[in-house]
Design a protein around this ligand. Structure first.
Ligand code: DAT
Length: 174
């Protein structure tokens, strides 16, 4: 039996924009595999040192890439991470950068327990569209798409659009 080819999808954007919420639901609806890079790093201890300023471990990007390489080769993976320039470009068939309005994002991060500089820096990251620019540099312009992620209606619309895109991709590639 010939195995169906399935696309790899990157969900990126500032912390709090809704990557995990979207990614998990997308995996439920499509059967694709959801991978949260932060969780993966935690489980397999893929870190290299500790960031004193932000009080968090520093991701060992090379080991993350090694850890995921085989799975990505098989296809059908949804990756969730707040950075995107260290993944091999060839991994992804499409890249979504989720975007949230400042006040909205501020409130979400505050209820997540972020305070002070960490809270400010993350909101500023969104204002400066840092991750969008990172994505535009790391991937071909035509595979990078921004998605508004402010309301439950946005979430549902994004889900429906991506599900449709996946169905079309599978028709075109099988
Ligand atoms: P991320 O994975 O990007 O850090 P998340 O999925 O954990 O973000 O979401 C952060 C919070 O925002 C969480 O409480 C769920 C909420 N949220 C996510 N997407 C949303 C949307 N489209 N509308 C309203 N709230 C949303």
């Amino acid at each position: 039996m010939r195995i169906m080819k399935r696309p790899n999808i990157l969900l990126t954007g500032t912390p709090g924009v809704g990557k995990t919420t979207l990614g998990k639901e997308l995996a439920q609806r499509t059967g694709l595999t959801f991978v949260n890079v932060g969780d993966l790093a935690q489980e397999s201890q893929l870190f290299e040192g500790f960031d004193e300023e932000y009080q968090c471990p520093i991701l060992d990007e090379d080991r993350v890439v090694d850890e995921l390489e085989d799975k990505m080769g098989d296809g059908g993976v949804i990756i969730d991470y707040h950075g995107c320039d260290f993944f091999p470009e060839r991994w992804f068939d499409i890249v979504f950068v989720l975007r949230t309005d400042n006040t909205n994002l501020y409130n979400r991060l505050e209820s997540r327990g972020y305070i002070g500089k960490k809270l400010q820096d993350n909101v500023q990251c969104e204002i400066f569209q840092t991750i969008y620019e990172e994505a535009m540099e790391a991937y071909k312009e035509e595979v990078v798409h921004q998605l508004p992620s402010n309301t439950p209606e946005d979430l549902e619309r994004n889900l429906e659009q991506i599900v449709q895109w996946i169905e079309q991709w599978m028709k075109d590639n099988n």
